[in-house]
Design a protein. Structure first.
Length: 315
């Protein structure tokens, strides 16, 4: 598992075996404790803790990337769609997207750190994730400064480019009524643009009954992504608190590995935990972003879908 074999010892000179080194790395990633605190608890120099943890990250990048992938078969995607539909009846849904902030403590005197300052005046790095109904990460974007909006991060991603040209979300369409088909799509909150392949909720006060009904179904479905991010941060606490002057080149790789570990845990579980028991407040203190970008054809399709779900769309 650990790349680049090397000898590591505890403070008593005992050679640390592979299992010991993996345990050290997992303790560091899951506890969120400082290098010195982990070292003191395990009887290891903090520099050794840092080296072991980074070797583990490199090994996971080399050998564990297959645990985070977009479904490549129609059979697997149909299973995802079926499980999403069972939540609150949204048909042909392939994923839920959301964004969270990884907080950092950076010097305000360094002008180059200004770009990392987000709307809440925190220094942060974002993680944007698309998840399946079992809270498994299927696509992630990280490394962008917290000042980047959800919408911009999405539009700068490979997933966006692939969806726009039909390389993603291009599977089976379903018929809503005569002449009206619903393509594959993902769902996201109002911080994301309304697109033919990304359905955001209705905004405003004077919504029709069918629009209110759609929003309720939409929220119950997309909250899966929020709970996944809460579970990620709650389990791998190295990215849950405020990180002290992290290496901003290494941090995206640490975030990726935490996502890989999150998926591995789900794969190993005999039963998926009840998502209703998980909080969805993964970004405490952050206001909801709002994106006003609306694709006209997507707006029409969303309205047709809301009428269909309310039983008001002619056959």
């Amino acid at each position: 598992m650990m790349a680049k074999p090397a000898n590591f010892f505890d403070i008593n000179g005992k050679l640390l075996c592979l299992n010991d080194r993996v345990a050290v790395a997992l303790r560091r990633l899951s506890s969120g404790e400082s290098l010195s605190a982990v070292g003191d608890a395990l009887g290891i120099n903090q520099s050794t803790v840092a080296q072991i943890t980074w070797r583990f990250v490199e090994a996971m990048e080399e050998r564990g990337l297959h645990h985070l992938y977009w479904p490549s078969t129609e059979e697997e995607m149909n299973e995802i769609k079926s499980k999403f539909e069972k939540i609150r009846g949204l048909p042909n849904c392939c994923g839920a997207i959301d964004t969270t902030h990884i907080l950092m403590c950076l010097s305000s005197l360094d002008q180059s750190n200004k770009v990392w300052c987000d709307e809440e005046k925190n220094h942060s790095m974002i993680l944007q994730a698309i998840v399946d109904p079992e809270m498994r990460f299927r696509d992630i974007v990280t490394g962008w400064p917290g000042s980047v909006t959800d919408s911009l991060a999405l539009k700068s991603s490979n997933f966006f480019n692939h969806a726009e040209v039909g390389k993603k979300l291009n599977g089976t369409k379903i018929k809503l009524s005569e002449g009206i088909e619903l393509r594959e799509y993902i769902v996201g909150d109002k911080g994301f643009p309304l697109l033919p392949w990304l359905l955001a909720p209705y905004q405003g006060q004077n919504l029709s009954k069918s629009q209110v009904n759609f929003n309720k179904r939409h929220f119950a479905t997309r909250v899966v992504a929020q709970r996944a991010l809460f579970k990620l941060k709650n389990t791998w606490r190295i990215i849950e608190g405020v990180m002290w002057k992290p290496d901003k080149n290494k941090l995206p790789r640490i975030i990726l590995v935490c996502c890989l570990l999150h998926n591995i845990v789900i794969d190993l579980e005999n039963e998926v935990p009840d998502g209703m028991l998980l909080s969805h407040h993964h970004d405490s203190g952050y206001k909801q972003q709002v994106c006003d970008s609306t694709d006209k054809s997507a707006s029409t399709l969303r309205e047709k879908l809301s009428l269909y779900l309310s039983g008001r769309l002619p056959p």
